[in-house]
Design a protein around this ligand. Structure first.
Ligand code: NI
Length: 128
């Protein structure tokens, strides 16, 4: 294993909503992704999902028992979506994010609406 510069990792691909796995921690992936526009409503039934915004701004719409709300994450912010909470990320401007979630976790969760063409349904891709 060698150190990985996140800037270099992010410069190695251009796809949106298509995470790259930069390293692993025990049985978790550390993934980075470039995002822009809307993702889709989905739910991870068995795991929380951690977000860190590296650049730009990320909004995450949440459907909670009390109703629907949207959290806004400027650059440098972290947020964890609890397991079982339906959520839909949205980036009003191009953004770069870091995700922490168990290896094998699908980007579209265990339950999801129809997957739009611009979203990659994946458990993460290796860095080239
Ligand atoms: Ni998710």
């Amino acid at each position: 294993m060698e150190p990985i510069a996140l800037a270099a990792a992010l410069a190695s691909f251009t796809d949106r909503w298509s995470p790259r796995i930069v390293t692993t921690v025990n049985d978790y992936d550390v993934r980075v992704a470039k995002v822009e526009g809307e993702h889709l409503w989905h739910t991870h039934d068995h795991t929380d999902e951690f977000f860190l915004v590296l650049s730009g701004e990320l909004h995450i719409a949440l459907r909670e028992p009390a109703g629907e709300r949207t959290v806004v994450l400027p650059k440098g912010s972290v947020f964890t979506v609890p397991r079982g909470t339906e959520h839909k990320p949205y980036a009003p401007v191009p953004a770069e994010i870091l995700l922490l979630e168990p290896t094998g976790t699908s980007t579209v969760g265990d339950q999801h609406e129809e997957i739009p063409a611009h979203v990659d349904a994946t458990t993460g891709h290796a860095l080239n």
